[in-house]
Design a protein around this ligand. Structure first.
Ligand SMILES: [Zn+2]
Length: 299
């Protein structure tokens, strides 16, 4: 065998190194590389949750603590990996307006980092024409607009801080009502002939007073009367997950309460901008609002 052929077998280098007693037959790699991440589905849908898994080395090294040395973000939202066997899994979300994919960025113990573009699929959300109460047909006056902006900011703050809350939830998530869905997530809404907003929640039928249950264990972060949402309850489930319950007639919880999955936290109402009593149910991963149906499908 020639030296060149021998070298190609790989044994050449091994023999040369043996006298030093330092040969590691396990290749050492950077803490994470593109190949260490997979996600399902391969092209997640705009406005949906999906799963990211990693086999990056620190996963097994830190198994005892249940955390990984890999930190990652998807579409700007931090991921919360949970170690299961030799892998770690996290929930991630695609913004509904994503058209050209989203970026996953990772960092390992402060030294190596990288990013990858995750392709996304456009949603197939329908356009819906609504009759609107006349007082909402015109743009809000400046005082109302300011109030709405402050309300939205308070809700956004609940979403951002949910990344700092330890995980309260366990699978599965429940739907807040078992009644008929009267308006699904994601549809474009036309008010007085113009597309002005998307329906960023799921509407459930219900008479005033019908029970609304918590989708999962969580901490009550917001109980208030909002301009559009009426009487609202926001639950922080931890590790970035938030659910919200709008247009309630009665709120049965207070800020700071911890509620269990399935607890009745309020009653269906017709408060805020509505044409009749129903529950508007919101699911968020960080500040990304997603189809709540995907939350209930997590297993
Ligand atoms: Zn709604």
């Amino acid at each position: 065998m020639s030296i060149a052929a021998w070298r190609r077998t790989g044994l050449f280098a091994l023999v040369l190194l043996l006298p030093f007693g330092k040969v590691s037959l396990v290749p050492t790699t950077a803490c994470a590389a593109r190949a260490d991440f997979v996600w399902r589905p391969a092209s997640p849908k705009a406005g949906s949750l999906f799963r990211v898994a990693t086999t990056a080395r620190p996963v097994s090294a830190t198994r005892a603590s249940g955390t990984t040395a890999v930190t990652a973000t998807v579409a700007g939202e931090p991921l919360h990996f949970r170690v299961v066997g030799d892998s770690a899994f996290a929930i991630a979300a695609v913004p509904i307006d994503s058209t050209a994919g989203i970026t996953m960025a990772w960092q390992c113990s402060g030294d190596t980092s990288g990013s990858v573009r995750i392709p996304t699929t456009a949603g197939t959300y329908r356009l819906e024409r609504l009759r609107v109460a006349p007082r909402f047909g015109a743009p809000p006056d400046s005082v109302t607009a300011t109030r709405m902006r402050l309300e939205a900011e308070r809700a956004a703050q609940v979403s951002r801080s949910a990344h700092d809350t330890p995980r309260q939830w366990s699978l599965p998530f429940l739907v807040p009502r078992t009644s008929r869905i009267t308006s699904p997530f994601g549809g474009g809404r036309t008010f007085n002939g113009a597309v002005t907003s998307r329906h960023m929640g799921t509407d459930y039928a219900g008479a005033v007073g019908a029970p609304v249950r918590a989708a999962n264990r969580g901490i009550v972060r917001l109980v208030d009367a909002f301009t559009l949402g009426g009487n609202v309850v926001y639950l922080d489930h931890g590790e970035g997950l938030v659910t919200a319950y709008l247009h309630l007639s009665t709120q049965l919880v207070a800020v700071g309460d911890t509620v269990s999955r399935g607890d009745t936290i309020g009653r269906v109402g017709a408060t805020g901008r509505v044409t009749g009593p129903h529950l508007h149910f919101i699911a968020r991963y960080g500040t990304i609002t997603v189809d709540p149906a995907g939350l209930a499908r997590q297993r």
